[in-house]
Design a binder for this molecule. Sequence first.
Ligand SMILES: Nc1ncnc2c1ncn2[C@@H]1O[C@H](COP(=O)(O)OP(=O)(O)OP(=O)(O)O)[C@@H](O)[C@H]1O
Length: 632
Amino acid sequence: MAVTTQVSEHIKEVQSVIDGSQTSRDEVIAASWTRCIDDYHLDPVVLQEAYIVPHTQLKEHRERLDKLIRTAKYGLDALYHQVADHGYVLMLTDAEGVTVDYQGDASLTWELKKAGLYLGAEWSEARAGTCGVGSCIYTGEALTVHQSDHFDATHSPLSCTAAPIYDVDGSLAAVLDISALHSPEPKASQALTLQLVTSCTRRIEMAALMNTFRKEWIIRLSQSPAFLDVDPECAMAVDAEGRIIGMTHSTQRLLSRIKGNNWRQPRVLLGSLISDFFNLDINELPALSRALPTEERLLATIHGDLWFAHAIAPQPSSIRRRKKVVSGSLASLYGDDAKMADLAIKATTLSMSDLPLLLNGETGTGKEFLAKAIHESSSRKSGPFIAINCAAIPESLIESELFGYADGAFTGARSKGKRGLIEQANNGTLFLDEIGDMPLSLQARLLRVLAERELLPVGATKAIPVSFRVLAATHKSLPELVKNGSFREDLFYRINGATLTIPSLRERSDILWLAETLITKLVDRTVCVSASAGYILERYDWPGNIRELENMLQFALAFCEGNELLPEHLPEQLLNPKRLTSRETESAGGTLEVLEACDWNISKAAKVLGVDRSTVHRRIKKAGIKRRYDTD
Ligand SMILES: Nc1ncnc2c1ncn2[C@@H]1O[C@H](COP(=O)(O)OP(=O)(O)OP(=O)(O)O)[C@@H](O)[C@H]1O
C-alpha cells in the first residue's frame, strides 16, 4: 500500500504518544495505542485490511449468539432504520469481535466489505488495533473511535461508535457498533450516535432479561415515574427466596455502587439477597406491581436513595408435555397444572369403560364440566348427556322427574304420561349431581334401576329396559354420609366404580390459563390478563372456584374497555386481603350474611358466594334458616 503523507503523519503521532509525548487524543485512545504496541505487538507501519473469518467459523460464531441475535432483532432493525439515511452501517459482534449480524446499504457492499464493515469481519484490538468494537470489548464501555483514532491508518476513514451488550449474568456477550465510511471531522459530531447505540443496547439487555426469566420476579427501576413503564434504567430478576439471579448492565453498576464494589466483578452480586441492596422484603414485591400508582411505588436503597420501581410477577409456564396423552374435551379442561393433568389421564382411561364414576370436588370446581368431557370421550358420546341436580328438584317432584309416569298416573291436566330423565338418558350418560342430597326413599328406587337396568315409571305396571352410564357428583364425603346413615352403602358401591377428585381452584397452578380461556368464551375481543391482575387472581382464595372466577371475569370485563385486564377492573373483594375464606362462606352465618346483604335475592347471593342457586337453597335448608322471602 502506498504510504501517503497523511498516513506517515499518523504513524509518527502514534509513535510519539507511545514515547510519552503530550497528546490531545482521548485517554482511552492513547491507552489503546499503547496496548497495540506493548501487548499485541502491532506495528503502525504495517497496514492491514480488515480480516474476514472463513465462512464455517462465522457459522459457529453466529450459532453461539443465536438467541441474542433473535432477541435483539427488533431493536437492531429499529436502530438501523434511524441511522441508515446518514450513511451508517450497523454491526453486531460477539465478545471476540467477530461480526455476526450486519445491516448496511446493499449498493455499497463492495466498498463496505473492503473497509471491513461486513458480516464475518473480526474487529478485536489484537487483530485490527484500536477500533470501535475492539476497544469497546477491552474497556467494557461505550465509546467512539473516530477516524485517525484508529491505530491502523487503513481504518482512518471510518468513524465507529460501539456499546457493549452484557449477558444477564454480567459477562460481556456482544458489541453493537454503528460505523460510517464518511463522517465530519470533529469527533463531537458522533455524540448523538453514542447515545443512540447505548440506549439500544440497554433495551436489548432488558429484552434478554425478560425473556430469560419469565418465571421469576422482575424488578424494573427508574429515576422518573413517567419512564418507569416505557424505558426503565435498570432491571433485575429475583428468585422466590429474594436472591438476585440476573440483571442488566446498568443494574450491575448500580448494585456495585451501593456495595462499593468494582462493577467488573458481577459474580459477587449474583445470589445476593435483594434486601442487601434495597429496603425490601421479597414478600413486599406484590406491592410494587401495577396495583399501585407509579408515584407510590418507591424503593429505597440501603443508603436511602429513592427509585421508582415496578415488580413484574412470574409468568405461568406453558402447557406440559404430559398433556399429549390426553386429548379432546378432557385436554381442554386445564392448562399447566400437574393435579389436573393426572386427573385427566385417569379420566381418559376410565372414559373408555362403562364403569360408574363418582366425581368429588368443592362447589364450582367443574364436576359437571368434567362429566360432560368424560361423556364426550366415551363410546356413548353420540347418545344424550342428561344432568339431574338432585338438590334442586323439590322432593315431591323428584320421583316423577327421574322415573317419569305412566298415562293416567295423575288426575287432571297431567294425566298424559311423561318420560322421566333416566329414560331420556337411554344409550347415553346420566349425570346425577349433588347425589349426596338425594332422599333415602329415592336412593332405594335408583339402586333398583342401576341393579336391574330397567325402570318402572310412576303408576306403570311394565318396566322399561334402559342402558346408560352413571356419573355422580358431590361436594360431600359420601363415606361420611354412609357412616351416619343418610346414604345407602349399597348405592354408594353401585355408583362408585372409581372416584375422581377435582382440585379446588386455589390448589391449581393454571388459574391464569383458565382466566384467559374463560375470557375468550365471555367476549369476542382479545383481552389478556396483566401481570399484576394475574398476581391478584393467583393469590385469591376462590371459595366458589371456577364459577366464582367466571362471575368475577364477567364483572371485570364490563369495566375493561381496552385489551388488558388490570387490577382496577377487579371487584373489591379480590383487592381486599380480608376476603371470605371457603369455610366462612360455607357456614350458615356466612350464607345468611350474604343473603341479607342481597335482600334475599337467591340469584344475587349465589353470585356473590360463587355457588349456584341450588347450593344456596341447600345451605338454607341445612341450617334451618327461616327465609323471609326470596326472589329468584
Ligand atoms: N375446565 C373448565 N374450563 C372452563 N370452564 C369451566 C371448567 N370447569 C368448569 N367451568 C365452568 O365453571 C362453572 C362451574 O362448573 P360446574 O357447574 O361444572 O361446577 P360443579 O363442580 O358441578 O359445581 P356445583 O358443585 O356447584 O354443582 C361452569 O360455568 C363451567 O362452565
